[in-house]
Design a protein around this ligand. Sequence first.
Ligand SMILES: [Zn+2]
Length: 86
Amino acid sequence: MASSTTPPRRTISPVRDYMVMNAGRMSCRAANCTWRDVVRNATRAKDHLLRCVWALERFPEIPTRLRSAPNRQSPSSSPGHDLVLP
Ligand SMILES: [Zn+2]
């Protein structure tokens, strides 16, 4: 009996759900957005999605999903940043 083989799991960035991938390039899925045909770069895409009003309007779960994703090589994230009160 042939047992079904499970395909190797890849770590797919949630960013991909909101981007249209196209031969080394990607574009924002939000219809009104002009951010398209840019070089594939997950960090750039994520950065864009967190600012894109059109994408955030259409996919309000973006900030939650992207921020909860495992994020390596993010030098500028410091969760416990202290606020200086006057
Ligand atoms: Zn966009």
